[in-house]
Design a protein around this ligand. Sequence first.
Ligand SMILES: NC(=O)C1=CN([C@@H]2O[C@H](COP(=O)(O)OP(=O)(O)OC[C@H]3O[C@@H](n4cnc5c(N)ncnc54)[C@H](O)[C@@H]3O)[C@@H](O)[C@H]2O)[C@@H](O)CC1
Ligand SMILES: [K+]
Length: 505
Amino acid sequence: MRHAHTVEQVRAAEAELAGQPLMDRAVAGLAATCARLLRERRGRVYGSRVLVLAGSGDNGGDALFAGAALARRGAAVSAVLLSPEKAHRAALAALRATGGQVTTDQNVGLADFARADLILDGIVGIGGRSGLRPAAAPYATAPRTGLLVAVDLPSGVDADTGEVAGAALRADLTVTFGTHKPGLLIDPGAGHAGPVQLVPIGLRPPAAPVQALQHADLAALLPRPGAESDKYRRGVLGVRAGSERYPGAAQLVVAGALHGGAGAVRYLGRPGAEVVRRHPEVLLGDGRVQAWVVGPGSGEATVEALDATLAAEVPVLVDADGLTELARRGPGALAGRTAPTLLTPHTGEAARLLGGAATAERCAAARLRTARELADRYGATVLLKGSTTVVARPDGTARVNPTGTSWLATAGSGDVLAGLAGALLAAGLDPFDAASAAAYLHGLAGRLAAAGGNRLPFGSVHSTVGDRGEAPVTARQVAAALPAAWRNATAPQGGSQQDAAGLGD
Ligand SMILES: NC(=O)C1=CN([C@@H]2O[C@H](COP(=O)(O)OP(=O)(O)OC[C@H]3O[C@@H](n4cnc5c(N)ncnc54)[C@H](O)[C@@H]3O)[C@@H](O)[C@H]2O)[C@@H](O)CC1
Ligand SMILES: [K+]
């Protein structure tokens, strides 16, 4: 499990320990990574051009100290000071002692930025407030040919939320200290961070409010049938999805559920005959179920379907048309529920559920806040889909999904996810585990399907961008790739499989 802590928690954990040794460890890790990158790119550190962007705090101090370490190994290091009068004194002296050049002229800085082999972004770290200041903003868009390494986090990204107010630096790699920060794992911040490397510095922070599953966590969560298993013990999922107008949604929910390990799927809806023709395993008509999925493509049947499922005393997953109807009814519609509810909106549906001034764009820009607010208001677990899927519980604990790919932004992909998460609910996972495991498996299936037989490219903690060497996928292909994703995640050699899937640390 990856753990991400808030700035307040990091500060408290740091306060328990002495400052300078922490900084020394951070700088040593940072300088070692930069040296490795330079060796990979230029064959050696000696003679490489390194630019340090140094702000006024300890983040600038880290970058300047790392610059000094690289200069001692023969790199040509220059630094541009963004707040000259407040630059970290000891670090600046260390860089000067190695012969490093220091400037306060931003034109010189931008010229060096264009030609450096490696740039260290030490403008602001966890002390950053409300976006980049005017002196730093040009570096967010200035042309460069070298690699940019963000120190602790990309300047301009909100450490606690991943929100970006205005411009932010875009890194090729982020070297973060002590623990992950939520903003490194959640878009848009995650997109600015690139792959994240964690340098341990000995912090002992409390339980993390934001987590990201890894392969081993998924393997532990996914149900495994035992000798005593029958279809009821494995979990029967009831599906009220699809309509005459949207028969495909029913097929995709069912495909997601069957490949998601449901003991059986019971289908209630108009296109029943078509569903059984495609999936002969499916049971039709009312009967015992352990969880429900309601809403995908349910069209004119939605009101009745929602009434029936919300009255059931088993977990219910509400998606798509079901969410639009729920938004009309408001949070009170869930007040009488005796079993858990899982809501799986995309940002447009999230905006509808929140009402007021909420828009899809604002929900996308503030994903963690949106998921938490919905979970709190509706008293339900919420899986907010999109670039970085976020799962939040009413108590605010959240999981962010590292496996997503933008290839999953395709029609019907959400229906497959609903069926998969529903199957895991029916198997007895609590909604938080069911939703986060489903998102992980679904993302992995999307990536495996997109990569075809190719090895997945080296990725990151978080890589939501469709990579070269991948092809577009359909929702049916995602459903069909679920068994491969399941095997990939649960194979005994999980660690190497994780690397093969491009999800290494
Ligand atoms: N405290 C510790 O024990 C450790 C801290 N470390 C480093 O220290 C950093 C935190 O240092 P600080 O607390 O000094 O904070 P930062 O260096 O992140 O930033 C604070 C400074 O930046 C200014 N500032 C705030 N918002 C700004 C903005 N939008 N644009 C420009 N300037 C802005 C503030 O006025 C303040 O002077 C971490 O991110 C990490 O890099 C590491 O060395 C590990 C150990
Ligand atoms: K930074």
